[in-house]
Design a protein around this ligand. Sequence first.
Ligand code: TXA
Ligand code: MG
Length: 382
Amino acid sequence: MKGEIRVMQKKRGQIGRLSCYGAERIGRWFWEIARREHRAWGESKGGLLYRAVHFILNCVYAKAVTQTLLLPASPAAVSEAAAALASGGLVAFPTETVYGLGGDARDGRSVAAIYEAKERPSFNPLIAHVISLAEARKQGVFDARADKLGTAFWPGPLTLVVPFAKSGTVHELARAGLPTVALRVPAHPVARHLLEAFGAPVVAPSANRSGRVSPTSAEHVRADLDGRVALILDGGRTPVGVESTVIACLPGEPVRLLRPGGLARREIETVLGEPLADATDKVQAPGMLAQHYAPHAQVRLDAEDVASDEAWLGFGPAQPAGRPLASLNLSPSGDLAEAASNLFAHLRELDARKPASIAVAPIPADGLGEAINDRLQRAAAR
Ligand code: TXA
Ligand code: MG
């Protein structure tokens, strides 16, 4: 089959393209070698020639990762996908509902990369996929109702929103700063093999760009995310075709239906033995969460100076005029993905110092900056 190889350079992006037969296989081959060599480079103190070779391979590495590989979901491809996740890469994979865009749930940078690839203008909380109910219990607090639903319907097209557990490892950015976590045990064999091979929770929103419909085939994913994801595992059409049903089981609340989906309301009500309540303002699904985490302190945006009773939240190398009572930097080098992964934790930490307000440095509005600014504006508007 004829395909395309893109020659990418880390700084300049795409510098050339080559259309040829077997492009996918060549791309995969480069990727495997480059990955191995890249690691070896990190471990070696070799001579000049050795370093020169590795410098070139490092460029190839950038190219190969940026080129999206679409592979039939063979055991070898699944191991490759697990390795990509472990090194912070993104992988699209089939679930029984729709294709998911997966990343390491524990790693803020991977989570930020998901929002970036989807071009999400705000940080909606994501679903963490785990291999079993037992693993789900490590991430969330299950009351009797959640237990009943998990036991009856997992693996399957059901997502449970429960309080985040103390032992949980899902990154705060994936939870959009909420004290809850959305968990799902998928039934699709490819998703299950991937979770087994990776051995940790995988966050995965639907693998489409923001504003487009969810993908039910590997080709749909490629149409939306080509060049933005390391690897697409092709497992054919997804059998259910609509997203999972999202249910909240939170203390002191009736069980609520947050998003209708692949598992029918009636089936859930039969197992529960009571009708489902509707979503309220307090907990809602798609992008309407009124109860995003917000600090107690006032938030002052686009600040260039800071008072002595204020806290400073910086971005980039610039220092503010004045001496704050506490100071943290979202990303000293001005990297928006790093900033996104630090956002909630830094706000929380500064807030704990009880400043009069939190002065925030200007943050560019492009790329992930849009979502970061969206969250900060919500915090400032209260
Ligand atoms: O079928 C599915 O659920 C697919 C596959 C890939 O698993 N995933 C999916 O993810 O549809 P996404 O990100 O497109 O939708 C996640 C939904 C959103 O409506 C989000 O608001 C809700 O789950 N959600 C996630 N965490 C939540 C939380 N802590 N509280 C309330 N809603 C939450
Ligand atoms: Mg979606």
